[in-house]
Design a protein around this ligand. Sequence first.
Ligand SMILES: CC(C)(COP(=O)(O)OP(=O)(O)OC[C@H]1O[C@@H](n2cnc3c(N)ncnc32)[C@H](O)[C@@H]1OP(=O)(O)O)[C@@H](O)C(=O)NCCC(=O)NCCS
Length: 163
Amino acid sequence: MSAVSAVSLAPESRPPWVRTITEEDLPPLSRLDEEVFAEHAYPYFVLRQLYDLHGDQLLVLDDGDSLVGYVLVGTQSDKSRSWILGLGIDSGSRGRGFGRQLMAEALRRLRAEGVGEVRLTVEPANTAAVELYESLGFARLDHHENYFGPGDARLVMTLPLRR
Ligand SMILES: CC(C)(COP(=O)(O)OP(=O)(O)OC[C@H]1O[C@@H](n2cnc3c(N)ncnc32)[C@H](O)[C@@H]1OP(=O)(O)O)[C@@H](O)C(=O)NCCC(=O)NCCS
């Protein structure tokens, strides 16, 4: 047995890893998005078109068997600003650092691309997400009472990437 194979992990023991999505990921990504966001999930055709537009900015966390989570990013053409368009972790896998892992990798890639700022929206009562974003350096920018329509409030948060 070579030194390399002696230290390599068996596939089932490999920790989940972040990777760019493929076309084959779209059906399981859509199922996971529906599991996480229920009636607020993206319709399949929207995920499809996000993939067609900029699939290289859609990241999934893969455990070798299924998708554990995802983060969807969109960047303005002049790279002045990106938006986090979605972040979700499978309900059975939360609280294990996966949301932080996905966000950290998304931010690392945006910094490497020279993007100036990242924004996102989050339900004001979503404590877990707000605490995650604040721990990553996001600050509260605005509170829109009707951001996604009447009574559908969102907190807008921002993180400058260029200092
Ligand atoms: C929000 C979400 C993505 C967090 O993912 P996660 O993998 O469970 O989070 P992590 O284990 O990486 O935790 C990272 C941080 O999030 C915060 N956090 C996570 N769960 C929390 C909870 N139940 N209560 C308060 N803060 C929490 C903490 O600040 C935590 O920091 P720590 O690493 O010091 O503990 C996940 O709960 C989720 O998918 N929720 C449903 C979808 C959603 O709300 N998406 C965001 C929409 S804007």
